[in-house]
Ligand binder design. Sequence first.
Ligand code: GLN
Length: 260
Amino acid sequence: MKKKTLVLVLALAMVFTFALSSCGGGGSAEKDEEQVLRVVTEATFAPFEFTEDGDDEIKGFDVDMMNAIAEDQGLKIEFINMEFDSLIPALESDQGDIIAAGMNKLAGDRAEKADFGDTYFESDLMLLVKSDSTLTSIDDVTPDMKLASQIGTTGGEYVQTLEKDGKIAQGVVLNQWTDSYMQLQNGDVQGVVVDKPVGEAYLNSHSDIAKFVGEPFGDHEEFAYAVQKGNTELLEKLNTGLAHMKENGTYDELVDKWFS
Ligand code: GLN
């Protein structure tokens, strides 16, 4: 009898052990390592993310940063380009896993809808005008003027507030930063409210037709990647990868590559 009991106990122990190991394999941490994680972004925000001359390949600081983090953490990622104000809804509807888009983690209710990681860049807003503009700062704008920025962004919020407060005639919020620059050059708007490092990248190749005026304004921004609410395991991996990048010099190399 004793032998039979021992065999039964051993068999049950094996079944239990197998059950534990298989159900442990379905955790989100395991899932994240197997699947190709969808990094959603808006690729007219050079030098963070942009495409060139009809080529669909997305390049930029955020792309290189996420690829370095993915390599460090054994993650597979792909980039998906969409409008900026679709980014957080993409995470909420499981159409994306990570946002990497120069997104200010401190703005509005964003942190209620997605979980943001450690800060990887800091910025402020600036006013970009045509070279021959007589404006000297954001405080000079008048109620007959129009200012452009991108829909759903802190800049877009800023120009819409100026309009609501009667400080400008219209805050023109557009889907792509490239459209804002176009409207500035066409004279459709008298200025573009844009993140300082992004305006600087534009001026690197357009300093003959545009300039910054005045000092940085608006709320100081902290750019961070974001994951779906509750995906703590993935966020910890991203933060660890970023920390490793900063320790091993990769972060500084990317800053030199994209911002020097
Ligand atoms: N930093 C701004 C924001 O968070 C703009 C981001 C962007 O246009 N990609 O809203």
